[in-house]
Write a protein that binds this ligand. Structure first.
Ligand SMILES: NC(=O)c1ccc[n+]([C@@H]2O[C@H](COP(=O)([O-])OP(=O)(O)OC[C@H]3O[C@@H](n4cnc5c(N)ncnc54)[C@H](OP(=O)(O)O)[C@@H]3O)[C@@H](O)[C@H]2O)c1
Length: 239
């Protein structure tokens, strides 16, 4: 499927980065391993036989070297509050699509704020949050809507059998919590609102074998699309 196209993966030796590298290989792409730790990259490169190109978000030239010849860039290194902007800048310089897996709502909002106009002007693809929390919700809403062009609301409930946040996920969560000043954010009527009240509790009728469960309401998660046409209103909950 990938026809041997090269795709650079930043944060390639992280938990998510390794999944992405494996999936790219399975699909016929050639991953280029990148990230800030040259030693970890070297180990992964020797295990996989892939090219490793260390790069730092503080060193644009190193990012340019990491992206040289790549057809696309996938950023798996969070917190994205730190990594997204410099890696997007590098992708724009290289003229290649950028995808990340950020679950940091504020960082995603920053991406839309700072890069929407530039991406449009350059005809570039910049897609944040293309992951379980984020893109999956967009895809589910798109599939559920079929040929509808508008909807008032879309409700998505996450039912997780277990969850073991990695170091990267915990750090990213801490960055977002700090930016919220102890509150929570809700995406409603096309914008993010800061709230300091408790989220509503409700019951969600999950299908068997899970069955009805208590869930947290107004659990806003990131979006890959700022467009109301594809993401009218996500109100997400999880067990
Ligand atoms: N939206 C979703 O559903 C979803 C799903 C999976 C993951 N994520 C997000 O993806 C990120 C990674 O998660 P993970 O589970 O893969 O965590 P992880 O295994 O801890 O890996 C984190 C990766 O980020 C790198 N990193 C951290 N800060 C960096 C910086 N300033 N510059 C360059 N690299 C940096 C780490 O490199 P070092 O080892 O050198 O620190 C490591 O490669 C988290 O933000 C997580 O929330 C989101």
């Amino acid at each position: 499927m990938g026809s041997g196209l090269t795709v650079a993966v930043f944060g390639a030796y992280g938990h998510t980065g390794r999944f992405v590298v494996a999936q790219l290989r399975d699909r016929g792409f050639v991953p280029v391993l990148s990230g800030r730790d040259a030693d970890k990259l070297r180990v992964l490169a020797s295990e996989s036989g892939l090219d490793a190109r260390p790069a730092s978000v503080d060193d644009p030239a190193s990012l340019d070297r990491a992206l040289a010849g790549a057809a696309a860039m996938i950023n798996c290194a969070g917190p994205f509050a730190t990594t997204a902007a410099p890696v997007i800048e590098a992708a724009l310089r290289a003229g290649i699509p950028y995808v990340d897996v950020a679950a940091e709502i504020e960082a995603n909002a920053d991406t839309f704020t700072h890069f929407t106009d530039r991406a449009r002007a350059a005809g570039a693809l910049i897609v944040p949050a293309m992951a379980f929390y984020g893109g999956l919700g967009d895809l589910l809403v798109t599939a559920a809507m079929g040929d509808w062009t508008t909807a008032d609301e879309a409700h998505i409930a996450y039912g997780l059998s277990s969850w073991h946040p990695t170091a990267g996920t915990r750090t990213a969560g801490a960055v977002s919590r700090q930016r919220r000043g102890g509150g929570r954010v809700v995406y409603t009527k096309g914008r993010l609102e800061q709230r300091h009240d408790n989220p509503p509790a409700l019951e969600w009728p999950f299908p068997d074998p899970m069955g009805p469960r208590a869930v947290i309401g107004e659990f806003t998660m990131p979006m890959s699309s700022p467009s109301p046409a594809t993401c009218p209103f996500l109100r997400c909950a999880r067990t």
